[in-house]
Design a protein around this ligand. Structure first.
Ligand code: AMP
Ligand code: ZN
Length: 475
């Protein structure tokens, strides 16, 4: 399976060739753990998970690293403003370290609910201060960086390729008045590698002085190098990471390495809400709990994200989520029927089935679409066509086992089907849960109702709302 992936750096789709045969090393910019990530952040993380799963489908061994930013990310991505963690700590009158713990724990709970596969490591910035300091020292030695008091800045004029990723030109950046606030820099577009502030709550005593903390960009240069080596395959983030974050990472890392840093840069377009930007102050920076209160599971959201291309900004609406939940249910139902009514078993060697069979054609379309820069909507369309053929009696019964196997393969990539368990609940227990679900709904406790529904569907129980009340069956 050959993959063509869009590279932000070259601005075109490229045939993906890993640096080492059969192996991919990739790094994702993870959450800044100052507050629970919203559904927009999870769009970026779901993309990272999808990419990993597609690489695995293409038989590549993936090493995947996602960092946790727990210091140095300023409220304003440019040079000024408070550290996001410190600002939150002051606002909540909490210790920033405590916030890091709480938010990180919540992040992992959310990621599990979203069925995101665990990365090989989630390094924290604050655990890698020595690696960052060493890199900054090298940059000073190589005259790519300079000290002003206890602060250290990167000299963008020392790196001719600065601006290649984002398309920004140094002259244009320097013409921007906002950048001229800090006059201790040699050039307005220079950026901080190390900052000093005695009032900062998270600070380190280093060769640069007693009260320092790292700039956000150097964190990812240092951690990716430590976990993936000098030159690795893929680096991802949301579209806002292109500049300044990734532009600065390239400048730092390539200046240290005197060679290439990352081959392929991939960026997820933003999730918008009701056609506009998401924001705390706008009250639309939804979390998974907000979705669950309205009766939607994390997997419904996951499915919604898989329906659109990662390279198109996506507009979140409740209507769209409802549609995604229904479509997901249809695929779940397709699998249940193959398993239950048809008694099909999976485990078919899909590579060996007749090329002109409906399942083989669906599989080809499913894989071709993914190989074309992760075209998930087309890939899903192939599965729905197969389901439609089944529903309309146009799928031959001899193909059921292969269809089931294909659904399993697809679920390995999309990860949205409910877990199948072989029952586990007695009839009385099912009745009891259905009654509790009805009570929870009457009391508008949708989170609980949702949890019960998930529990039932995990036990392979399908519910049907009828005029005579809820009916259920296994499979
Ligand atoms: P942060 O926690 O701000 O460091 O962001 C974590 C990740 O989420 C980064 O890769 C961002 O680019 C990404 N991100 C932030 N907001 C959105 C959004 N609305 N849609 C998609 N990705 C986002
Ligand atoms: Zn980063």
């Amino acid at each position: 399976m050959e993959l063509h992936l869009y590279n932000t750096l070259t601005r075109r789709k490229e045939l993906f060739r890993p640096i080492r045969d059969g192996e991919v090393r990739m790094y994702h910019c993870g959450p800044t753990v100052y507050q629970r990530p919203h559904i927009g952040n999870y769009r970026a993380f779901l993309f990272a998970d999808l990419l990993r799963r597609v690489l695995e489908l293409a038989d590549l061994k993936v090493t995947q690293i996602m960092n946790l930013t727990d210091v140095g990310h300023l409220v304003d991505d440019a040079e000024e403003g408070d550290d996001k963690l410190e600002a939150q700590a002051r606002k909540d009158k909490l210790d920033p370290w405590q916030i890091v713990e709480t938010v990180t724990e919540q992040f992992f709970i959310d990621m599990e609910a979203l069925n995101v596969k665990r990365a090989d490591a989630y390094p924290r910035a604050t655990d890698h201060i020595p690696e960052m300091v060493a890199m900054v020292e090298t940059l000073i030695d190589k005259q790519h960086a300079y000290r002003v008091g206890d602060n250290v800045y990167f000299d963008v004029h020392s790196f001719p390729a600065y601006g290649r990723l984002s398309g920004n030109r140094i002259e244009d950046l320097e013409a921007g008045a906002r950048l001229e606030v800090n006059d201790e820099k040699k050039h307005p577009a220079d950026f901080a590698l190390w900052k000093s502030d005695e009032h900062h709550l998270m600070k380190w005593d280093t060769v640069f002085g007693p009260h320092g903390f790292p700039g956000w960009h150097i964190e990812c240069s240092a951690m990716s190098r430590k976990f993936l080596g000098d030159h690795f395959d893929i680096h991802t983030g949301g579209e806002d990471n292109v500049f300044p974050h990734h532009e600065c990472e390239i400048a730092q890392s390539e200046s240290v390495l005197n060679g290439p840093f990352v081959n392929l840069w991939m960026h997820t377009k933003f999730l918008q809400v009701d056609g506009g930007k998401m924001g705390k102050s706008l009250g639309n920076a939804y979390t998974l709990d907000d979705l669950s209160e309205r009766g939607y599971s994390a997997l419904d959201y996951r499915f919604l994200m898989m329906r659109g291309s990662y390279r198109t900004s996506l507009n979140f609406t409740w209507e769209a989520l409802k549609g995604a939940a229904e479509a997901r249910r249809n695929l779940n139902d397709f699998r249940s029927r193959l398993l239950g009514e048809s008694g099909a078993e999976g485990g078919v060697a899909l590579d060996a089935i007749a090329a002109d069979s409906a399942v083989a054609k669906a599989r080809q379309a499913f894989r071709d679409a993914l190989a074309d820069d992760l075209n998930t909507s087309e890939s899903l369309a192939a599965l729905f066509m197969l389901r439609n053929a089944y529903v309309h009696g146009k799928l031959s019964a001899s193909e059921y086992p292969a269809a089931l196997t294909l659904l399993d393969e697809a679920d390995g990539v999309f990860g949205f089907l409910d877990a199948v368990e072989s029952g586990g609940l007695s009839d009385q227990e099912v009745d009891q849960l259905i009654q509790e679900r009805g009570e929870a709904r009457a009391a508008k406790d949708f989170a609980r109702a949702d949890t019960i529904r998930d529990k039932l569907s995990a036990a392979n129980i399908t519910l049907e709302d009828t005029p005579d009340g809820v009916k259920w069956f296994r499979g």
